[in-house]
Design a protein around this ligand. Structure first.
Ligand code: ZN
Length: 182
């Protein structure tokens, strides 16, 4: 009799442990589901929050950019004039930041400046670019950067066409063209 109770008792304990472990597993699954759905709402496919500034280390940028993209965008370099792929280019669409995909310029504001670099008279939105004083190479210039990731894009000059009178002189290598959808 006593052994029968003991047998039933141990069965109960085993059952209880089984229920407990299955329960924990389910709880973990639910927790992960919640975590994933929360992530889907606020981040893009690269896992970066939309509209939020992107901060990466030099090493991380080196991993995702070509050496020339890295030199120009992260080290304030300049590509050779008349060498960039978007200088002799008149495709219709958007120019995005090569580092983070931020929308920067539209083909509608691109013009032939003769300077050797793609030129625009305005960004698509003032909020998407940043400006700062650049006194390097014994010159006083206004540097233009991507406001989302801080990438160096080029410089702004005051000799552009109407309506702004500005020339955003941009390195092709800092841009990624996205054709207009038909
Ligand atoms: Zn960017």
């Amino acid at each position: 009799m006593a052994s029968k109770f003991k047998y039933r008792g141990s069965l109960l304990v085993v059952g209880f442990l089984l229920i407990l472990s299955v329960g924990c597993e389910k709880f973990e699954k639910i927790k992960n589901l919640c975590r994933n759905s929360a992530r889907k709402e606020s981040v893009n496919e690269k896992g970066e929050k939309m509209g939020q500034k992107i901060v990466r280390s030099d090493r991380e940028w080196k991993e995702v950019l070509t050496p020339e993209q890295y030199r120009v965008t992260r080290k304030k370099g300049t590509e050779q004039p008349f060498s960039g792929k978007y200088y002799y280019f008149d495709g219709k669409g958007l120019y995005r930041c090569v580092c983070c995909g931020n929308e920067l310029f539209s083909s509608g504001t691109k013009f032939d400046s003769g300077c050797g670099w793609p030129s625009f008279w305005s960004p698509t939105s003032d909020e998407n670019v940043g400006e700062s004083l650049d006194t390097s190479h014994s010159m006083i210039r206004t540097e233009v950067t991507c406001s989302r990731c801080g990438a160096h894009l080029g410089h702004i000059f005051q000799d552009g066409p109407k309506p702004t009178g500005l020339r955003y002189c941009i390195n092709s290598v800092a841009l990624k063209f996205e054709p207009e959808s038909k």
